[in-house]
Design a protein around this ligand. Sequence first.
Ligand code: BTN
Length: 272
Amino acid sequence: MALDLTAVHVPLRLEPIRAELAVSRLGNRFHYFEQISSTNNRARELAEGSAPEGEVVVAEAQSAGRGRVGRHWVSPAWANLYLSTILRPNLQPAEVPQITLMAAVALADTLESFVPVPPTIKWPNDILVAGKKLAGILTEVSCDAEGVDYVILGMGINLNYPEAMMPDEIRHRATSVLQLTGRPVSRESVLKRLIRDLDRCYGELEDSGFAPLAARWQARFGLRDRRVRVELLDQRIIGVARGIDRDGALLLEDESGARQRIVAGDVVPVET
Ligand code: BTN
């Protein structure tokens, strides 16, 4: 029978993590909820109320967890990590995708220590292992006349989530650390490491700009130079994925050989 850790209600212990992160810019304060609609919603309310950069909202379960393009993020209790971090970057609105890509690099770095094969990134922000989704990122931004006011960086990570417990809609395309290793993982260890990696990568973006992070993102880009189909709202384009530009747009060489910049959409590999 599948090991069902969702049945064992062991709350996250955040205080020891906060104490260890005292010197880092992120994770100095956690807002903890056993159940919430969406950590991104709560983080946005806090940011609107002038919460400083670095505060993190964590929940054991979400009743209305959101993914990209209005999708639902399946968020069962006690098994996984659902968190949203408030950032106040000194960037122009057009540069905000750099935050998502930076976060994907940090998240892949973190998860690499917990899974048997290096995670890859699927543009723009999915973390995959063996072709299945292990984690996702949802970035939401608020801008004013001066530039970016705040960014909410939401992350959902499947950890102790047995495939047998996943709903049919995601079972064939999602995975978890438990599924990949056969062993449960300490959610606190992953969270602590993640906040450290995020803090490091966010600092690098600030100090050295996007280019070094973009290079690391490209190294993890699983579909580089592969034939892909890009699904846009109203059309599909077939081409070869060539990487990203400095604004985080996907560069696609279409069938006529022209380069297209894709700023939103889903990328699916196609067999040649
Ligand atoms: C995606 O892959 O489409 C993004 C998924 C992001 C899910 C996380 S879970 C924590 C945070 N709160 C939400 O409602 N969504 C993000």
